[in-house]
Design a protein around this ligand. Sequence first.
Ligand SMILES: [Zn+2]
Length: 459
Amino acid sequence: MIKQSGTALFFLTLFSFSTAMAGELEQQAETLIDTALASSLSYEIVESLTTEVGPRLAGTEAEARARDWAVKSMTDLGFSNVHVEPFEMPGWERGQISVDVGAPYSQPLTASALGKSIGTPIGGFDAQVVRFKDFAELMAAPEGSITGKIAFIDGSMIRTQDGSGYGMAGPRRWVGAREAARRGAIAVLIRSVGTDYHRNPHTGGTVYAEDVPRIPAAALSNPDADQLARLLALKSDLTLHYTQTSRILGTVKSGNVVGEITGSEFPDEVVLLAAHLDSWDNGTGAIDDGAGVAIVTAAAKIIADFGTPKRTIRVVLFGAEEPGLFGAKAYVTAHRQDFDQIMMVTESDFGAGRVWRMDTGIAKTDEAKADRIQAVLARLGVTKGLRTASGGSDVSALSGAGAPAISLRQNGWDYFDLHHTPDDTLDKIDPADLAQNTAVYAAYGWMVANIEGGFHAPE
Ligand SMILES: [Zn+2]
């Protein structure tokens, strides 16, 4: 932190000249940036969450403890209107998994059940495995072509700064089970949707369809997917023994945690800063999404310490994002009456990499205001981006329902090395990168909450 303070001081000196002509709002935002860069609050928050609660699978006792932690943390930090907005969702239990290659190449493969997958019958089953080089090849296979077999959906994932590789590789996890079942498969194994070469499978949710049987689904680590592809090249009728004890539970409880910095002039105009409190259960959810929780909470606290914004800053820590945005959907349903109050939505849910671009999903007539904010953030490396922002994972449900949105896009070059793996732990977070995010959100939140005229949804 000493090093950061030095950097902040350097910039403070440098920018006291460049901002001499800037407006009052810009100068206030500059001060917030300096404060946030010199603060270790966001790191302390993510350290506390990932250490004291650890993994927090949606709908479990661990996620409930995370809500208690969030209520206490926000209360201790002086937020107002701190409360939990409960909702219900279907539960899921991971259980145990084993995937073993049959003779003559007998050996175990490293795999992880996909979230919300059913299990195999007790004791598992032996079946022939059929490889599809990618999801498109599976889609091209006729119905009934892999009856009684295990589908192995291989494929690649491109490393990108903006995370677009996830969108291209994601379908094999999101709907691979459904599409394999449509073609007669009794189970599906996918190559992990991830860019690392550790023997760490990447979990993540899968979605079944109503009109096809639900089949067990799991992800192989990237090295194990390579191994299985090589084994199939040696023996095309290779069999696997696959056992998985995951199961879908009945209705369980989750909740969104809310805390506010109440606005002085327009308390009913809400600038919503979001992150999600739940995580997958294999890591401690540091980058997904403990970092986001820390960034938005610390930014709001730094703003509150600086002064009261004109509009209300509402921090929402959503529950149950990972299994399918259950918290976001519950929030939209619960807030139909006061939805018009939401003047801006933004979510931090892409790790702790630096923010580098600001995308907007606002009225054209408000773009000049967004440009003013971006000009202040330019000092932190943030460029002007696209006009197609949804605001982020959970809040896309809100922008989809008509709320203005801005996305503060983070560098995701390394994000999918860690995403949904046991490697998602605190040590992967660079405190200086995290502080940059906090500085961006503090300056951004302050400016949105104070800017003349506010923001409106795209036409
Ligand atoms: Zn996330």
